[in-house]
Design a protein around this ligand. Structure first.
Ligand code: FES
Length: 165
């Protein structure tokens, strides 16, 4: 037969053990905040750095040759064998002069994901994903772009480059 005092002692020990475990859990719960601001302090999680493959929304190249009185640029502004950034009807464009007196123009909107392509001598370069285009033809030299830049009709009138629509 069990001694009633012994049962009481065992019960007290059991209760004491549960209390000790509960206390330890409570301390553990409080100890997760090591910020020194106490258990009621709120924390704002820091968002992870964003990595995106999306195209930026802002144009990346400013026109070198702003239009004056409807002219797109002066012929002398475009180096023979080279190219410049421009603006045609308020849209970013590219001008090239593959041979003396022959001027071509293209939309500067990349055919990949619509970044603004920049003049780079005999080529046009997209800063977003590295596509390269031939400045004389607008054709893709290197992707990821697959389609050529859209041509814009222009003409040389005197020493000016003008829209030819
Ligand atoms: Fe991707 Fe131009 S937007 S290469």
């Amino acid at each position: 037969m069990t001694d009633p005092i012994d049962v009481t002692r065992r019960t007290a020990l059991a209760i004491g053990s549960v209390g000790a475990i509960g206390g330890a859990l409570a301390l553990a719960a409080c100890s997760t905040d090591d910020s020194g601001r106490g258990p009621n302090a709120t924390t704002t999680p820091t968002p992870p750095p964003s990595v995106t493959d999306e195209a930026p929304e802002e144009p990346t190249a400013a026109p070198d040759a702003p239009p004056a009185d409807g002219d797109i640029a002066a012929l002398a502004d475009v180096p023979v064998g080279g190219s410049i950034d421009a603006s045609i009807d308020g849209e970013p464009a590219l001008l090239a002069q593959p041979t003396a007196g022959q001027v071509v123009a293209f939309s500067a909107i990349c055919t990949h994901q619509k970044c603004v392509v920049a003049a780079a001598g005999p080529e046009f370069h997209c800063p977003c994903h590295g596509s390269k285009f031939d400045a004389a033809t607008g054709e893709v030299i290197r992707g990821p772009a697959l389609e050529p830049l859209a041509p814009i009709p222009v003409a040389v009138v005197g020493d000016k480059i003008v829209a030819a629509s």
